[in-house]
Design a protein around this ligand. Sequence first.
Ligand code: ADP
Ligand code: ZN
Ligand code: ZN
Length: 733
Amino acid sequence: MKYWLSIVVATPAHSSVAGALTYRSEWPLAPGCLVRVPLGRREVLGVVWETLPDSGGLAENQVKDVLGALDGLAPLSDTWRRLVAFTASYYQRSIGEVALAALPPQLREMSALQLTRRLKRPAATEALPPQSDIDLIALSAEQTRALAEFDADQRPALLFGATGSGKTEVYLRAAAQALASDASAQVLVMVPEINLTPQLQARFEARFAHLGKAQVVAMHSGLTPAQRLKSWLAAHAGQARLVLGTRMAIFASLPNLRLIVVDEEHDPSYKQQEGARYSARDLAVYRAMLESAAKDGHARGQFSDGPPLGKLAPSGGSALREATSVGAMSCRVLLGSATPSLESWQATVTGRYQRLTMHERIGGVAQAGSLPAVRLVDMNHQPKHATIAPPLLDAIAQRIARGEQSLIFLNRRGYAPVLACHDCGWKSECPHCSAYRVFHKIDRTLRCHHCGFTERVPRACPSCGNIDIAPVGKGTERLEEHITELLAGVRGPGGEPLRIARIDADTTRLKGALEAQLASVHAGEVDVLVGTQMIAKGHDFRHITLVAAINPDSALFSSDFRAPERLFGLLMQAAGRAGRDANHGEASEMWVQTFHPQHPLFAALKKHDYPAFATQELKEREAAGMSPFGFSALVRAEAREQAVAQGFLNAAAAAAQAQQLPGHDAVTPYPAVPMTIQRVANIERAQMLVESPSRAALQRFLAAWQPLLHQTRQQGEFKSLIRWAIDVDPLAI
Ligand code: ADP
Ligand code: ZN
Ligand code: ZN
């Protein structure tokens, strides 16, 4: 007996093979089975995608045999394959690439025998008594209401909760409830890259300790390959009841998934930046719907504009985030943020998503009382060239004298962004990039933050020999030095000398360094903490009563339409760092130095009014037809010469125009332009923006355009193109 199978394997990004190949097997294999198959001279892991009635017209000797099946594993579910197929289609990649990248790397290398041995290791299942209700903190009124509303609804939910309002407790309770719904129920909790700390994992482990020891597993890129395999296998087998992970975890095999939580749903780290550039947040919404459809036996028709399984390049419009569901949802999705993405916020305005609101900080009084007062410093009225305005400096000095902590952030690491010669105008450009190298004083180097090229600082100007080359502008290293000088005479309440610390990518390079530095801030061993936006996010500082943003203006006038959204989120989060300690709540302040104090963004910030900001920003986006009112994709190209990169994009767009591709009448491709940082490591980069008011039209167009892009690349004049890629729903333009 012979069985014909369509099997997906990892194919290089833009190979002509779309990712599924026909193989023959002597025994039947169900879709979703993992198999070892020959590919060229190699033996690789594949996933059985579909069973085929025959060889599809291929001659016997053209079809290779399956070498073996990893039959210790249950096949991957239909839902998992649908999720992968949708991702591949929506983000314009091959199914094989997405499917194989979604599996743990070690599994890709294993033989059936090795896997069998691996699976024989017993899993620990010692159960502890459930945490009793007495151990649990009493919910706040807002937490109780949010959970009740979540229960009473079926839609994707957005938990809009101020920093410190207790969102994590809501996630924990929702998870506990989902897990209690049946003995095999599973929950996926996603967090941004930087938030997945051992402490957070410990908190979830402690809460769910009664389920058994293997109950909570982590999935993120910091794990060893062996740990990743272990987590993956536990989730796939249903042993792991709760998976805590970063964006990659959205593809975990979870046979009985009942809830997906996406914490800090606005965080850009949910968007993958290479290969299939998926948004794990958006896929979470889609996956919850797929899981529910599978379990509740919803009619397939409901997802009729999703991609049919097995079709490698479906041309239908895709339903990502537009899909809503009717009927009971056995898998829910809960997004949470204090400053949601404008896409998710708008979905709550139209009613596609449910909005759950928690205004108040735990232990706080009314909102205005517990959040720090925002003070705008008009830098137009401060001494010229002052890095820190005198009133801000005074305020910091007062905190030190009272034994309180201050946090000062500046989004630029290093000592100075440029080193320059005032005689001849030489600047510390990177020879390989269209960017300046940053001066790092600590080791007296000039470092390129784009390609890494590092040299010792020259003794004299390389161009004219002048020995007075000087730093221009300030990074965190210089800010730290500057503050140390300015506050030299200030003493703590008991006359102690001032303690200043800096946290940025340079001071936290070593493993464990960040934890150690944060611990010393927590322990009160630091009076003034200087850093990049790293310190504004996520960390729970209890004794900080002053937060200051030194120079946030550039985002106000950025060419990237999402820059104001990111700035507002960052400033709100930074404000949330101040006064989390109820005892200090009233005295805490957030200072913002700006040359544009009249900007409406700051008016909303002063009132801690995210809805006001969102309303005003959404109005502008609507007028301009930008996300979430319009849809876009970027095609990026890289070559040794800028003209080749741009030429390739323009030629491919011209071909699309000439052939009147599906969807073209609703899609606008703009001329190719150099990227903001045009050259990195001697490679020229260009991009083309493609916009449409219709997601479906854009999807149809991109699917039809792919083959044309491949063809265009084959033309002689573009042979030297290094690579190109499509980014659907790009975060930054
Ligand atoms: P968020 O994620 O919304 O910023 P957290 O979940 O970190 O807020 O909660 C802030 C603090 O309040 C945490 O220390 C948490 O343990 C505590 N907390 C949360 N809910 C309650 C509650 N119902 N009663 C007492 N403390 C709570
Ligand atoms: Zn010079
Ligand atoms: Zn460089």
